[in-house]
Design a protein around this ligand. Structure first.
Ligand code: DX5
Ligand code: ZN
Length: 216
């Protein structure tokens, strides 16, 4: 099975989101990646539930929600009500991660755990069997358009080893600085899903950019 591509709405044209979402509906994109920021967990604020509801009403792709917020537990029901397929929470924002993961699953969504670039992969040892996905940050979260951190490749290999050792089923998604060059390295190292913001939406031909990532 080929790599999945999840364009990130953060890089879309906010004055005409409908046009960008309709473009995605007609594209080979697998999921739509939605970055929610609270200005506390990360030093930026993106968009919240009123905007996400409007987006969800137009989008025909499964929603992959990435919560860069403190206390994501508080919003499990709101994310479910969007019809989200995947809810990603940050390891660093969840003191009771096991409970958070169970709540997400009980709400009928798939559960993803996200790691910042400096958070050791080994911290997932006792939770990897419970999660549907690990979202590896390949930039420090909070902004689109940043440069890919090369050490992510070694982290991805470590994560792949951990998943295989435990016969776990978690998918691996990578987020930040993805383009054709970094995307190829990530696929070779075992990534299942690539998030791409700037590479897709700043391209003169976004559908073609998605196709290029899908066929790396
Ligand atoms: C960063 C977000 C990313 C971002 C990626 O905090 O989590 O999803 O949109 O943007 P690019 O692909 O431009 O690095
Ligand atoms: Zn993201």
């Amino acid at each position: 099975m080929g790599v999945k591509v999840a364009p990130s709405l953060l890089a879309a044209n906010f004055i005409n989101l409908q046009a960008d979402i309709e473009m995605l509906n007609q594209s080979e994109a697998d999921w739509l990646h939605l970055d929610v920021m609270d200005g506390v967990f990360v030093p930026n604020i993106s968009f919240g539930f009123p905007v996400l509801k409007a987006v969800a009403a137009v989008c025909q792709k499964p929603l992959d929600v990435h919560l860069m917020i403190e206390n994501p537990d508080k919003f499990v029901n709101e994310v479910r009500d969007l019809g989200a397929m995947m809810m990603n929470v940050h390891y660093e924002a969840c003191p009771h991660l096991h409970r958070t993961i169970q709540r997400i699953k009980e709400a009928g969504m798939r559960a993803g755990v996200t790691l910042n670039p400096a958070t050791p992969i080994s911290l997932l040892e006792d939770i990897i069997g419970d999660v549907d996905m690990v979202l590896l940050m390949s930039v420090n979260p909070g902004f689109g358009g940043q440069k890919f951190i090369p050490h992510t490749i070694e982290r991805l290999q470590k994560l792949r080893d951990l998943i295989e050792r435990q016969h776990a089923h978690a998918l691996i998604e990578v987020d930040g600085g993805v383009n054709l060059e970094t995307g190829k390295r990530l696929i070779d190292a075992g990534a299942d899903i690539l998030v791409a913001g700037s590479f897709v939406f700043k391209s003169p031909q976004p559908k073609e950019a998605i196709h290029q990532l899908k066929t790396l």
